[in-house]
Design a protein around this ligand. Structure first.
Ligand code: T46
Length: 135
């Protein structure tokens, strides 16, 4: 799908556990300016319901699992994130919804820019109107 892809990180596994390094600009296609994480989401909750105009992000589920629905005006896909060595890259103008968080799920997000509410499109009709010009 346009502006959405799965990234596989290196994973060092030994009897002491698993370690995955993520280097800005190498393992992900942008420089990281912001990191945040989402935890303690009840199982019937859906978050997101927005697109970004310019922001690039990579979502990594560090524990448990979470489903991510991504949409453009013409396409829709659902990713089941359940592996801490896999990231979901979501670029500009992609509608996203995060749902089916399992108990204890931890969703880490690496972002290409600082928080800016002006970059959000939170209304689906406005999204379709703006995205319709870009796709
Ligand atoms: C996204 C998905 C995957 C901040 O003050 N700073 C921040 O960096 C972020 C991300 C959020 N906030 C505030 C804004 C809201 O008052 O935290 C509150 C919850 O944010 P929001 O409702 O946007 O959360 P989600 O889970 O719907 O979306 C978040 C990101 O905002 C968004 O960029 O792509 O995770």
């Amino acid at each position: 799908m346009f502006n959405v892809s799965l990234l596989k990180f290196k994973e060092y596994v030994d009897k002491y556990g698993h370690l995955s390094p993520i280097e800005s600009g190498y393992d992900i296609p942008f420089k990281i300016k912001r990191v945040y994480y989402i935890t303690k989401v009840d199982k019937d909750i859906t978050r997101g319901y927005h697109s970004h105009r310019k922001l690039h992000q990579v979502l990594v589920c560090l524990n448990g699992s979470v489903k991510i629905r991504v949409k453009t005006p013409n396409e829709e896909e659902i990713y089941d994130l359940n592996d801490s060595s896999v990231g979901l890259y979501i670029g500009p103008m992609i509608w996203r919804e995060m749902f089916d968080f399992t108990e204890g799920a931890v969703l880490l997000v690496l972002a290409s820019d600082y928080y800016d509410e002006e970059d959000y499109i939170r209304n689906y009709d406005f999204y379709l109107a703006e995205a319709g010009k870009r796709f």
